[in-house]
Ligand binder design. Structure first.
Ligand code: PFF
Length: 446
């Protein structure tokens, strides 16, 4: 049905929507938390190396697979290798998407609650101790997090219902520029705080002793999560591309935007942690405690805080939309379900899967899996296990089953002057499979 497939209206629409998928809670909530957990600059260094050698080439790989097949994730594998069992890779991606969306909507729901709370002045004037208490009360409440999650899921379903150009593309164009503006204001304010320099140094100066396989696995997981890789989101967006699109150039633009936003966030949150003396163990609460503390030293704190959490919710929305789109696209393409029916039923199913995560900081907090609560273990399993595994199998498929020659033929349709073709093929065939397999297997065993 390639002839009927919807395509992006414009290049900028595609780039913004893909950046919208990449930029989200992964950059704003997960990245600073992972940096703190792994000791600062050392993690940042690993993250940047992995972005360069795995992240950017993988974005090119997924966009190319999607554009060639013009199909959803599962069907891409069965179209490019008919009669094989490779479609199973699509199922791994599917599982990852479903699990990530289930806890992603919980955290996005917290963000919505913080938006309303800020509007009502609930956090004004609180110090970090008060903010920590407020955070624990909010996420530990038996009803509020489920309510936030439900509202967020309804909005995600509505956007996906409208389809690619009217839903995803339009909203991304409006909200992505907004979030960047707010981040710059916050950055200016944090860097002016007394004592911020110490945090900036901690963030930027790598202590090489802290690098080990667990840090590397965490960094791989972070790059996959942040770039929306290994589960077909980028592949699905690639499938709405026309052959004119310059894939390598788009991949660089998307990666740069994602990394810049993560770095900005690190530079905002980490110095503030030092200034306000917030214990890094606050964990995922870091941004929900530290950021409101920065807002509280700004004039008009309520306004900044509400704007920020509104923008955060939108950044999360452009990502969650891409998650739901991966699963919806399959039912629309292959099972010929009407888009609304697919979006609504999968949204409801996913909401139910997310409820235990929503309760995991409160009444279910004593349910511990692998030393983590339900939400954190879902995150670990999907991001550090399923995504690298999906990514590994995807590159093996591209490099050794479909073939990098065919991929190159597809890439140069839109970028005849792509100079890095040989380097890209080499990295895809040898470096990435070996690196992911090594880090993944030793990280999991160790
Ligand atoms: N990349 C998004 C973020 O950093 O928040 C999360 C995400 C979206 C992961 C879409 C995977 C995905 F398919």
């Amino acid at each position: 049905m390639a002839g009927q497939r919807e395509h992006w209206n414009s290049r900028s629409g595609f780039i913004l929507a893909t950046v919208g998928s990449a930029v989200g809670l992964g950059n704003i909530w997960r990245f600073p938390t992972a940096v703190v957990r792994n000791g600062g600059g050392a993690f940042l260094l690993l993250f940047l190396i992995i972005v360069l050698f795995i992240g950017v080439p993988m974005i090119i790989a997924e966009l190319t697979l999607g554009r060639k097949s013009q199909k959803n994730l599962v069907s891409t594998f069965s179209t490019l290798a008919p009669g094989s069992k490779w479609w199973i890779v699509g199922l791994i991606g599917w599982a990852a998407v479903f699990i990530i969306l289930s806890f992603y909507s919980v955290i996005a729901g917290w963000s919505l609650i913080y938006f309303l709370g800020s509007l009502l002045g609930f956090f004004s004037g609180l110090d970090t101790e008060g903010l920590t208490q407020a955070h624990n009360q909010i996420v530990g409440n038996p009803i509020l997090p489920i309510l936030g999650q439900a509202i967020f899921m309804v909005v995600t379903v509505i956007v996906v219902l409208y389809g690619v150009t009217k839903g995803i593309e339009r909203w991304s164009k409006i909200f992505m520029p907004g979030i960047i503006l707010i981040l710059f204001v916050l950055l200016g304010r944090t860097l002016l705080l007394e004592g911020a320099a110490e945090g900036v140094l901690w963030f930027l100066r790598p202590d090489l002793d802290l690098i080990n396989l667990n840090t590397a696995l965490d960094a791989v997981g972070q790059v996959f999560f942040s770039f929306s890789l290994g589960m077909g989101a980028i592949l699905t967006y690639g499938s709405y591309l026309s052959p004119r699109e310059n894939i390598p150039q788009s991949a660089v633009l998307i990666s740069l935007s994602d990394v810049i936003i993560a770095l900005l966030m690190g530079l905002i949150v980490i110095p503030a942690l030092f200034v306000f003396n917030v214990e890094p163990e606050v964990g995922p609460g870091i941004i929900f405690v530290t950021l409101p503390a920065i807002f509280n030293v700004l004039p008009g704190s309520m306004i900044w805080s509400s704007l920020f959490f509104l923008m955060l919710s939108f950044a999360a929305l452009t990502s969650s939309v891409s998650l739901l789109e991966v699963v919806v696209a399959y039912f629309v393409d292959e099972k010929k379900w009407p888009r609304p029916a697919a979006a609504i039923s999968l949204g409801i199913l996913n909401f139910m899967l997310g409820v235990p995560s929503a309760l995991s900081k409160g009444i279910l907090s004593d349910q511990i899996i692998l030393g983590m609560d339900i939400l954190d273990s879902m995150d670990f399993f999907a991001s550090n296990v399923l995504l690298p595994l999906g990514g590994l199998l995807t590159v093996i498929f591209l490099a050794w089953v479909w073939g990098t020659d065919k991929a190159m033929a597809e890439i140069i349709k839109g970028s005849p002057h792509f100079k890095w073709g040989k380097a890209w093929s080499f990295v895809i065939r040898f470096i990435i499979p070996v690196a992911i397999a090594y880090i993944f297997i030793s990280g999991i065993l160790g």
